[in-house]
Design a protein around this ligand. Sequence first.
Ligand code: Q9C
Ligand code: ZN
Length: 329
Amino acid sequence: MRVFVPQKHGLHSPKFEYSNSKLRKYRESPERIDKIVKRLSLNHRFMISEIEGKESLSKNGVHFDKMIEIFEKIKVNDYLIPDTFNIKRLEREPNECDAKLGMYLFDTATPFGPNTADVLRNSFMTVKEAVKYIKKTRENVYVALRPPGHHAGYDFFGGYCYINNAAIAAVRLKKAGKVAILDIDYHHGNGTQDIFYYSDVLYVSLHADPATEFPSYWGYADESGEGEGYGYNLNIPLPKGTRKQEYLMALRNALEIISNYSPAFLILSLGLDIYKDDPLGTFEIDRDGLNEIGMLINVLGVPTLILQEGGYALDEIGENAEAFIEPFS
Ligand code: Q9C
Ligand code: ZN
């Protein structure tokens, strides 16, 4: 199985984040992907391609151009976290860099650094290469990338995410056939939901109940899509501490919906933060469970583009990624 990796991801490495009112080490770190790649490179079933190229974000095809323009133009000499957030979505753009970021940012965990834009351009190129590959071969592919994307919406970013990799892939794959997105990150993919809320790209998400977990304001079961998109958004919130058996039951329901939709391609937002020892998660899913989840999804028999989202159990992330994606190889 082919694995694509953006070569420059390590240049985006914020030092700190606020979590439960405390300043702590940034969790969405370069080691996450380095560890995954190191582990996969020891397994002959995986063929790793590092992608060096960059592509201007203006070609992303899903986000509000004013937000993208800020990413493209901003010049900062350290990681910037704004202190003011444009919660009423007013349109006048301020002059200060941190206030510009605050126009579209919804949390404090998503700083913008000197190399962040370059990393995003490299990431965008990597997603495009993976899309090209799956379109041509109809083979499963895994993209070991960061920063993640599923919390980035049409005109907002946050949750460690800046641009929505899954949505960028979906709009491109759509030209070659019906696309479904399955999101199994521990957190609801509010960004992906937002981008496709009015369109018939099927979005199905299993995640921790937003009443108790990030992103807090999105991810309830009654969010079903609107207009053309009505019935094409399915949220399956699960209680804190959900165990493997209950998780697998919910997953089987999700897979039946996806199967009835008969997509030509499946995009899988893979969050390894569903793992039992993840510092941000509470689900009780062990490594065998991750392997079983991978097997069940693979049984759909739909060419699948797997995109890395969350997953913060650094000591185990390599083995966990391997256990999950092996059934697809
Ligand atoms: N007190 C992903 O897994 N901070 N993003 C949560 C909770 C942000 C998670 C703080 C968590 C973002 C891709
Ligand atoms: Zn997550």
